[in-house]
Design a binder for this molecule. Structure first.
Ligand code: GSH
Length: 220
């Protein structure tokens, strides 16, 4: 099983299935195609039907779109708790991931993921504020209703935490203040070994991708 990903510093969609599989101790080969690199130009056309990452290759077939990857992993590894066991919690988790997959364009537009960056206060448009308020409501509601067994959205780790991990990293980069329940959840996500490992990889990268760096001049 090979997971094709982009830059760890910038590729929020790549981070989701990577963190999911790492956190659930599912073995896979990571293949990194950094944006604008020769490897990207050479490989992406034959590795990804959409020209985007992430892509999971399984049994000689590509699976693109992060949500499809998550569902395929859940099906392939039924012994791993990709989704919560309780049906109501599981339905809720799927809705949260679908909402993330389809929405939050305000936040995504002005607060791109940039794990090694620090841009306090930047990007807080009314649209980003609205998205952040919704995210705080999601996290708070989920923690209160389903989170009793642990520190994450559904207590123990599930795909929903992997799905919101890039948001946690965005809120850190842009130093967004959070109310206590959301803050505690964000801290718990950042403390996950899989998230720490991904972030260490991100901080070690030096490539500058202008599309996700609206607040920094391209280095000379
Ligand atoms: N809906 C897709 C989004 C994938 C996506 O937008 N990937 C970005 C990186 S985070 C990408 O490959 N960008 C490269 C490009 O635009 O050339 C998913 O869930 O996987």
């Amino acid at each position: 099983m090979q997971l094709f990903i982009g830059n760890k510093n910038y590729s929020s969609w790549s981070m989701r299935p990577w963190v999911l599989m790492r956190a659930l101790a599912i073995d896979f080969e990571e293949v990194q195609l950094k944006f604008e690199s020769d490897a990207w130009r050479r490989e992406i056309g034959r590795r990804s039907p959409t020209g985007l990452v992430p892509v999971l290759w399984l049994d000689g077939e590509p699976i693109w779109e992060s949500l499809a990857i998550v569902e395929t992993v859940a099906e392939r590894f039924p012994d791993r708790p990709v989704w919560p066991r309780d049906p109501a919690a599981r339905a809720h988790a799927r809705a949260l991931c679908a909402e993330m997959h389809a929405g939050f364009r305000g936040l995504r537009g002005t607060m791109p993921m940039n794990i090694r960056g620090a841009h306090p206060g930047k990007g807080m448009t009314p649209e980003a504020r609205r998205d952040i308020d919704r995210i705080v409501a999601i996290w708070t509601g989920c923690r209160e209703r389903f989170g009793r067994g642990g520190e994450l959205l559904f207590g123990a780790f599930t795909a929903a935490d992997a799905y919101y991990a890039p948001v946690v990293m965005r809120l850190a980069t842009y130093a967004v203040e959070l109310p206590p329940v959301a803050r505690a959840f964000a801290d718990a996500v950042q403390a996950l070994p899989a998230v720490r490992e991904w972030c260490a990889g991100a901080r070690a990268e030096t490539e500058f991708y202008a599309e996700d760096e609206p607040y920094t001049e391209r280095p000379a």
